[in-house]
Design a protein around this ligand. Structure first.
Ligand code: DON
Length: 305
C-alpha cells in the first residue's frame, strides 16, 4: 500500500504546480506549491502515508463537517435541519444564495460559507470563547491529537480581509437567520477555519466519519450513528462545492476540501484519507489532491457507487 501511495504521489506531482495558492487570505498565499502529502487510516487500524503527510496547514473549510457535527450534537437533527438545509447549492463556496429577495433555510447548506456561518450561531457555550474551545476539543478528540492548535497568523489574516464573509453574515442577520452579534460569530468562524492540522489529522477524523462515530483505537463512540450518515451524505452532495458532481463520478466518496489545500475523504466502513497540496483549481479545491484521490479510488475500488 505504501508503495502504491508513493507511485501515485509521483504521478500527481506535476499537477501540484498547476494549481494556485489562495491569495484572498494573504497568509495562505505563503504556502509552498510543491508540498504534497497523503495519509490513509484503514478500519483495520493499519495506516500508510507518503510525502508531506506531517506538514501543518490551515484546516479552512474542512472544519465545516466538524462544525455541523457539533451543532447536531448540541441541538439534534430536527432543529439543525430547520435552520440550515441540506440541498446541494451547486455554487461556489462563497456564493450569495438569495432568491427573489428572500433567504430560506433551504437556500443554505452547512458545507457552503453562508450555511456554515449560520451553523456557527447554533453551537452551545456561554461565550464565543467557550464555543471555540468546545470546537477545538472536538477536533482534537476526532483526530486523536491533543496538540491541535489555532494558527494565529492565518486567523488574523482572514479576520482582516474577510469582507465577503462579513457580507454573507450580514445577509443572514437581515433575514433573521443569525441571532448573535455578527462580528462575534464571524470571529468564531475565522478562528474555526484557522485551526492547524496535518494530513494525518484529516485521515483520522475521516476514519471516525467512516465508522459513523467511533474512534479508531478505542471503539469509543463520539457521536450518534445517524449524525455520521447526515454529515457523510452532505459531504457527498456538496463537500466539493460546484465540483461535487464531477467528484462523485470520478472519485465517488464523501469528501471535504479547504482552501488551505486539505482534503478529507471518507470511505464508509473502510478508511479515512487526508491529503495536503495547496495548489487549488478554479473552484478552490486542491488540484493535485483531486487527481491523487481519483487514482487511489480507481486502484482500490473506493467508489461507493
Ligand atoms: O471562509 C472562507 O473563505 C475560508 N475560511 C474557507 C473557504 C474554503 O476553505 C473553501 N474551500 N475550498
Amino acid at each position: 500500500m505504501e508503495a502504491l501511495l508513493e507511485e501515485l504521489l509521483e504521478q500527481c506531482r506535476p499537477y501540484a504546480r498547476q494549481g494556485k495558492v489562495a491569495t484572498y487570505i494573504p497568509e495562505l498565499a505563503k504556502a509552498n506549491l510543491d508540498d504534497l502529502g497523503i495519509y490513509v487510516l484503514r478500519s483495520d487500524g493499519q495506516h500508510f502515508h507518503a510525502g508531506d503527510w506531517n506538514k501543518p496547514f490551515a484546516i479552512q473549510s474542512v472544519i465545516k463537517p466538524i462544525l455541523l457535527l457539533l451543532a447536531l450534537m448540541d441541538n439534534g437533527e430536527e432543529y439543525v435541519r430547520s435552520r440550515v438545509g441540506v440541498e446541494a447549492t451547486g455554487k461556489p463556496f462563497d456564493a450569495i444564495n438569495v432568491t427573489d429577495q428572500t433567504l430560506l433555510s433551504d437556500h443554505l447548506n452547512p458545507m457552503v460559507n453562508m450555511g456554515a456561518i449560520a451553523i456557527c450561531g447554533l453551537i452551545h457555550g456561554a461565550s464565543y470563547e467557550e464555543k471555540f474551545q468546545r470546537l477545538l476539543e472536538l477536533t482534537r478528540k476526532l483526530a486523536g491529537n491533543p496538540d491541535i492548535q489555532l494558527d494565529q497568523d492565518v486567523y488574523l489574516s482572514e479576520k482582516h480581509t474577510g469582507y465577503k464573509n462579513r457580507a454573507l453574515a450580514f445577509l443572514l442577520k437581515t433575514y433573521g437567520m443569525l441571532e448573535d452579534d455578527v462580528e462575534e460569530v464571524l470571529d468564531f468562524y475565522f478562528k474555526a477555519c484557522s485551526i492547524s492540522v496535518t494530513s494525518q489529522d484529516l485521515a483520522v477524523i475521516g476514519s471516525v466519519l467512516s465508522s459513523h462515530g467511533t474512534l479508531p483505537d478505542s471503539e469509543e463512540r463520539v457521536f450518534d450513528r445517524e449524525y455520521g450518515n447526515y454529515v457523510n451524505a452532505i459531504l457527498m452532495t456538496c463537500g466539493m462545492y460546484d465540483g461535487s458532481g464531477a467528484f462523485a463520478v470520478n472519485v465517488g466518496v464523501p469528501a471535504k476540501s479547504g482552501v488551505g489545500g486539505g482534503i478529507m475523504a471518507v470511505v464508509p466502513t473502510r478508511m479515512g484519507i487526508g491529503i495536503f497540496s495547496p495548489g487549488l483549481d478554479e473552484k478552490g479545491n486542491s488540484l493535485a489532491g483531486i487527481q491523487l484521490l481519483e487514482r487511489l479510488s480507481n486502484r482500490l475500488y473506493l467508489s461507493i457507487f
